[in-house]
Design a protein around this ligand. Structure first.
Ligand SMILES: CC(C)(COP(=O)(O)OP(=O)(O)OC[C@H]1O[C@@H](n2cnc3c(N)ncnc32)[C@H](O)[C@@H]1OP(=O)(O)O)[C@@H](O)C(=O)NCCC(=O)NCCS
Length: 193
């Protein structure tokens, strides 16, 4: 049973070089020292994924609070090519989704993907993410340069002041807020996969 061999572990000063190596191999975008310094401070929002005790994947997120909304931004979530389709990505994303659910105070969770990254788009759609918008020329050094913003809303949709049935019943003063484009564009110079 392959799933039972997948484990997550903390990112620490001791193993951060493995995270850097993995991100260099998996992503076409490179990340600077500040990225890795911040990753060491985010606790459960950064994890290494192990397959039979070998590092094969990693997820790094940050909290984005601006314009009265609280969002979780997935900066990187990736798995080494030979270990894909074994549930490693699912284990990492479920960890993040459990974290935001337990917290109960996030409006949404989002990330950027290159528009041709169909495997990632299919992967995230399976977990309820949708293409929220498409940004032209988001990436400076890679082709295609356009990015989709994939987003999963974590608040109940409010219609006529009544939350739709079946949605989580968070008390939410931001539910009707339309996502401010500036809020997202703010990260334009802070490229993430
Ligand atoms: C996206 C990514 C993280 C998925 O990781 P993974 O470990 O292969 O994902 P899982 O094995 O948990 O896949 C779960 C489900 O997602 C969907 N999925 C994943 N890869 C897919 C693909 N290439 N094509 C179609 N569906 C796919 C499938 O429904 C899959 O379930 P199944 O294998 O039972 O059919 C991986 O492809 C990756 O590292 N890509 C490069 C990095 C990247 O682009 N990250 C996204 C931006 S942060």
């Amino acid at each position: 049973m392959t799933r039972s061999r997948i484990e997550l572990g903390d990112v620490t000063p001791h193993n951060i070089k493995q995270l850097k190596k993995l991100n260099t191999v998996v992503f076409p975008v490179s990340y600077n020292e500040k990225f890795y310094k911040d990753v060491l401070e985010v606790g459960e929002l950064a994890k290494l994924a192990y397959y039979n005790d070998i590092v094969v994947g990693a997820v790094c997120c940050r909290v984005d609070t601006s314009e009265n909304s609280r969002r979780l931004y997935i900066m990187t979530l990736g798995c080494l090519f030979p270990y894909r389709r074994l549930g490693v990505g699912t284990t990492m994303l479920e960890h993040v989704l459990n974290h935001v659910e337990k917290d109960g105070n996030y409006d949404n969770i989002y990330l950027h993907v290159q528009v041709n990254n169909t495997s990632a788009i299919d992967f995230y759609k399976k977990f309820g993410f949708e293409i929220h918008e498409t940004k032209k020329h988001y990436y400076k050094r890679i082709e295609p340069a356009d990015a989709h913003v994939l987003q999963k809303n974590l608040r109940p949709a409010i219609t006529n002041g009544i939350a739709s049935p079946g949605e989580k019943n968070h008390h939410d003063k931001h539910s009707e807020k339309i996502i401010d484009k500036n809020n997202v564009d703010k990260h334009h110079n802070d490229k993430h996969a």
